[in-house]
Design a binder for this molecule. Sequence first.
Ligand code: PRE
Length: 355
Amino acid sequence: MDQLPKLREEIDQLDDQILELLNKRAKVAMEIGHLKKVLRKPFYVPSRERAIFERLRKENPGPFPSDAIETVFREIISASLSLEYPMKVVYLGPKATFTHVAALQKFGKLAQLAACKSIAAVFDEVASGRALYGVVPVENSNEGAVTHTLDMFLESDLKIIEEHYLEISHDLLVREGELNDIRRIYSHPQALDQCRRWLEDHLPHAQQVVVTSTARAAQIVADEPHSAAIASRHAANLYKLRVLESNIQDNHENYTRFLVIGREMLERSGHDRTALLFAFKDRPGVLGEMLEPFKKHGLNLMKIESRPVKKKAWEYVFFLDIAGHIEDPELTAAVKELEEYATLLKVLGSFRRNR
Ligand SMILES: O=C(O)C(=O)C[C@]1(C(=O)O)C=C[C@@H](O)C=C1
């Protein structure tokens, strides 16, 4: 029993040391910030952050859980960054959507996060310089591409500076009561669709109501008895709801890939992915020819997606992801060759691969 005060005293002393070290670290980060201002280098360097997380995880002797390292250091780095530069980051809102969760995981609680009403508004805020970075969804492992985001790259000159994967867990949130009290279920159409089988089995008589986001569903349910929302755990916290059931999606392999967009291209990290878009004049076999330079230069095509060019019926633009950085000589050469045939070619960014 009398050991407890002694052990707590020990913890207090260790906390003092941690605090002292955190302040020492913050001072070094501020120095880096000054240097970056002079050298006109970007303040936010995701590849450096990833390298820090990976090194610490590898060197952790335990028993501090390795899985907690990124969470703890995420906030330490986010706090350091806020001292280097007060960074405004916009995301596709409203608050408590999965995009908000992704933005928090990427930038931490100390970044000034602001919600935008549409993907176009996120692009606008970053392009105008009112925000430094933006976070938008680009692809879901079950639903495919978020076409609004792809279409924005046609008009915009913004660059992709990072990708982030988030495992999507749909939870059933209520204000009060149990399953058999629920008469109405609110959610975004994609979330309702992804939980279809579970809803048929457990709530076959409840009315399904489509709203603009999972977060909006949680907000409605906070004021409405006998109703439930399908939304994130994060939304449950924000709107003080109870998680009645978690992970109710039919397919448990459910991930969304998000992009961080900014105004500058990033330097090579050594493990990069380059995204570009191109269009060409249609004739038989031309798509195969367009891809030939990548094969010739031994490059790995990771993904191809097509979208209609809206101004002209039956014309398409292709989005291509290739392993490597645009400054890698093989990739530079392949893109140069592609440029000769293309009617439109745009490099959307080279960024560190997170998979
Ligand atoms: O190393 C840098 O470039 C820093 O600015 C320091 C630091 C950090 O706190 O470790 C902060 C922000 C960057 O995104 C990466 C790392």
